[in-house]
Design a protein around this ligand. Structure first.
Ligand code: K7E
Ligand code: CUA
Length: 646
């Protein structure tokens, strides 16, 4: 089906009227919306939306012309480093991935909400404490801690949409050090840290539920609510929540620490897809942090369910706490430009991006102007706009899902064109549309979420690669494309297949990240082992000790290539055994590990680190344990025996 036909069959043109906010004018009189009726048969038209042709149920086969070869630009010669760290969320894998940009080489995977056999994350004692037995996750948004509008290199934060959690990764060790569960939250989706300092990290509940969610109220969706949650980025404690009536999707913060933002795509309060698309306008929620903090301090709060976290109830109508800026239609992404002046709200079911002037919000909170008056431009960027990023030259780049393009547009020209009858001005704001392959979700550019956006590289995280790569069976790779945005025209330079499904990424100048090479022996995990050692009167650094207490046997040992200092030990059948290994090698990258054969025990111990795992000795016999990481010429000899007696 041709593009023209697709547009015809899935959109309707209607007059955009703004009854309640007649104070504002529209630059584009007639708009194309995706409507409930046009999308009702989503299953039927799904393949058309994805641009595949299916005849008689046969799988789509289409020859993809090779992209023009600009590969040299992304080439980083062997032995040379990339200029940027890329932090990718890992989607359903539950992890974070680190890529080098521009080479797009995958450097590391950080297990977060998942179980990982390579490192033992999810099986080791410390990770089990953090994960509480939940071993699946869905990471969508990874953002780093800030100072004065740019990254300070301390932490990365990532959400788990599946189980409403927020995790923090230390950027000295690139390991998770904290995970917090968010109360009264279902489908925690958008997150964003404050940008002036390590302050709050805000999270949005995407799914509305009964409040409290205690097994009643299923049939009264009009009473459902969702939480905007403030987590302290230093202590990782939940500080307060704001209860609103609508679904919240993506999250953003300003540069001053005054506001946080959430897109709301279900102002209808519906629980079915068709009804969620009823309204022509939904909202950008604007949270007034100072006013919320005052209410929390003054105790003007409630608690919900079993949680003790103070909740500001801001459901229903605008207040000092929350304001609703009307924007079309089922908006998805909200992104702040590097000058900190504008919030760009992508329409998803409207072909527009609404530009919200952040400096006008204070007047709207005071009731001097209408919330809608804060919208100062609404360029038409294409069908299905999702996310927007920026260069350092006043341009914005919006990912367009249905059209499979990145639309580059001029912020200044879009503002100029707003409200003008002259169609030429509106057209002039749209600078370029670059096809991407295919169905792009997030897009982000180098340093785009900071005041130091540098306009060099843009990533388009495409949800489908179709036949751009070798066929690897049923599940295809996604395609994270690298685009050079430093010139007048965008230039596609690299196709990056990824294992499903990173949603988002941030691309960070390499000097801002300062990782260590040896375990610093600080932080929560090390503190835990020091505590155990103290209880047991053991020195972790020299330990070759077996401590028995009712049913629990703690085996402390050290590793130094190519030896464990404990070469054998004996336990009784039925004993719970805890193996605690401290790596005494002070040599970078000299990792050891510990694998107890036949006991589902296998974990990594990095240079100078301590790690542990617990198991039950179920069967009599001699069992070898060994170091699974190639550490030395005598690595294969690095092993010992456990005797389990009756
Ligand atoms: Cu996929 Cu950020 Cu979860 Cu948009 S979200 S695409
Ligand atoms: Cu230690 Cu292999």
């Amino acid at each position: 089906m041709s593009k023209e036909k697709l547009n015809e069959s899935t959109t309707s043109t209607e007059e955009q009227t703004s009854q309640e906010e007649n104070g504002s004018s529209n630059n584009v009189g007639r708009r194309t919306f995706l409507t409930a009726s046009s999308l009702a048969g989503l299953g039927v038209i799904g393949s058309q939306l994805l641009g595949c042709e299916r005849k008689g149920g046969a799988p789509a086969v289409r020859t993809i012309p090779a992209a023009a070869g600009h590969a040299n630009k992304s080439h980083v010669p062997p032995g040379k480093h990339d200029d940027y760290y890329g932090f990718w969320s890992g989607g359903q894998s539950g992890e974070i991935r680190i890529l080098g940009v521009p080479s797009m080489r995958e450097l590391k995977r950080i297990p977060v909400f998942n179980a990982d056999a390579a490192t033992g994350w999810g099986f080791t004692d410390y990770s089990k404490r953090l994960l509480g037995g939940v071993l699946t996750g869905d990471t969508h948004h990874v953002h780093l801690s800030y100072k004065d509008g740019t990254y300070d290199g301390r932490y990365a934060y990532v959400n788990d949409k599946a189980s409403a959690r927020l995790a923090r990764v230390r950027l000295d060790t690139f390991e998770v050090d904290a995970i917090v569960s968010l109360p009264n939250s279902n489908g925690t989706h958008g997150i964003f840290p404050q940008r002036h300092k390590t302050g709050y990290v805000f999270t949005n509940s995407e799914f509305r539920t009964p409040m409290p969610n205690n097994g009643t109220g299923m049939d009264k969706p009009e009473t459902y609510g969702a939480m905007h949650t403030a987590v302290d980025g230093e202590t990782m404690q939940v500080k307060w929540q704001v209860l609103v009536e609508g679904n919240m999707d993506l999250c953003a913060t300003d540069y001053q620490g005054k506001y946080s933002f959430a897109t709301c795509y279900n102002s209808e309060g519906a629980v079915t897809l068709e009804k969620m698309m009823g309204n022509e306008r939904d909202h950008l929620y604007v949270f007034n942090i100072e006013n919320i903090e005052k209410a929390v301090k003054a105790g003007k709060t409630i608690t919900v369910g079993t949680s003790k976290v103070p909740v500001v109830d801001a459901r229903g109508k605008d207040s000092a706490y929350v304001m609703r800026v009307p924007v079309p239609k089922s908006p998805h992404g909200v992104n702040i430009d590097p000058t900190g002046r504008y919030a760009m709200v992508s329409g998803k079911l409207s072909p527009t991006v609404s530009v919200v002037d952040i400096s006008k919000l204070a007047a709207a909170f005071e009731g001097k102007i209408k919330p809608r008056d804060c919208v100062i431009a609404e360029p038409e960027v294409g069908l299905g706009p999702l996310h927007t990023c920026f260069d350092n030259r006043g341009n914005a780049y919006t990912s367009i899902f249905i059209d499979s393009v990145i639309t580059k547009w001029s912020i200044a020209k879009a503002i100029e064109a707003y409200g003008k009858k002259d169609k030429k001005a509106a057209t002039a704001a749209i600078l370029e549309k670059l096809p991407v392959h295919f169905q792009v979700g997030h897009t982000n550019a180098s340093m785009s979420e900071t005041k130091d956006a540098d306009g060099k590289w843009l990533i388009a995280l495409c949800k489908f690669s179709k036949d751009r790569f070798l066929n690897v069976g049923l599940l295809h790779p996604e395609n994270d494309q690298l685009i050079d945005i430093s010139g007048a025209k965008m230039e596609l330079v690299h196709d990056g297949p990824t294992y499903p499904e990173p949603h988002d990424c941030v691309v960070v100048k390499k000097d801002l990240i300062r990782p260590v090479k040896l375990d610093p022996r600080t932080g929560a995990q090390y503190t835990l082992y020091q505590q155990w050692a103290k209880e047991d009167g053991v020195d972790l650094l020299t330990a070759n000790v077996i401590k028995r207490k009712k049913g629990l046997v703690r085996v402390y040992m050290t590793s130094k290539a190519p030896k464990f200092n404990t070469t054998h030990f004996t336990v009784k059948k039925g004993d719970t055994v805890q193996i605690i290994v401290t790596n005494q090698d002070n040599v970078e990258d000299l990792s050891h590990g510990f694998c107890m054969t036949h006991h589902d025990v296998n974990f990594l111990v990095n240079a100078r680190a301590t790690n542990s795992m617990t198991f039950v000795a179920k069967k009599e016999g001699v069992f070898w344990y060994y170091c699974p990481w190639f550490c030395h010429a005598l690595h294969l000899e690095m092993r010992g025996r456990m005797l389990v007696t009756a």
